[in-house]
Design a protein around this ligand. Structure first.
Ligand code: CA
Length: 230
């Protein structure tokens, strides 16, 4: 799956430059020109990483960062902040908020791309071996186990992979084609009804939590996140 990067920056020239280089490196790029717009896009689209400028109108990057970290839907999205060289206090504030990396302006776009790639690689390595908790769901990739409120679901390997993929990309719609590729490893979408059949079985096994898997008409499926703060 192509990784999506959200760039939050109010200077259009910088946005264009960063977008161009990230795009060329194979990323999908979303942009927002203000803090509130960035927050809205992050919540709606749950990008894989966020490049966040500190000097923003309306809301500073630090405030945006705080809001992202405090919301369940965005708390674990890696953030790379852009700072001016002199703003050491911002850098410290950012690190205190759990910013994953920072780069000082003026920066080389290539370095930025490398930093983003490293960030995602580091994160993948950690996530692969760890347990992911989302609301009452707990996904243990090492043991191929998913529990809901502490109760272990009796899943086939395919069902496990399907639910794990949905939970991992929670809040984002995954198309049937994407799921066939990620879960079944199919290169081309032969029969997307396979996905529907498995989702149906999965919902039966989820019982009262079945409504967490939402059908997005004409688009695919999405795992619903509770929007309340952690
Ligand atoms: Ca700026």
């Amino acid at each position: 799956m192509v990784d999506t990067i959200l760039v939050v920056e109010d200077e259009p020239d910088v946005v264009d430059l960063v977008r161009y280089h990230l795009h060329r490196a194979g990323f999908d790029v979303l942009t927002a020109l203000s803090g509130p717009a960035g927050l809205a896009t992050a919540t709606e689209s749950r990008p894989d990483a966020i490049v966040l400028d500190i000097m923003l109108p309306q809301m500073t990057g630090i405030e945006v960062c705080k809001a992202l970290r405090n919301a369940n839907a965005t708390a674990d999205i890696p953030i790379l902040i852009l700072t001016a060289k002199a703003e050491i206090s911002d850098r410290i504030a950012g690190l205190e908020l759990g910013v994953d990396d920072y780069i000082t302006k003026p920066f080389s776009p290539r370095e930025l791309v490398l930093r983003v790639q490293n960030l995602l690689r580091r994160l993948r390595a950690v996530r692969k071996s760890s347990v992911l908790r989302v609301d009452e769901f707990c996904v243990d990739k090492g043991n191929y186990e998913i529990t809901v409120r502490g109760k272990r679901l009796d899943l086939t390997t395919t069902e496990f992979k399907l639910l794990a993929a949905l939970v991992e990309h929670r809040g984002r719609t995954l198309s049937r084609e994407t799921l066939l590729q990620d879960v079944w490893g199919y290169k081309s979408a032969i029969d997307t009804r396979t996905v529907d059949t498995h989702v149906r079985r999965l919902r039966e096994k989820l019982g009262t939590a079945a409504d967490r898997i939402v059908t997005m008409r004409g688009e695919g499926y999405r795992f619903l996140v509770h929007q309340h703060a952690v």
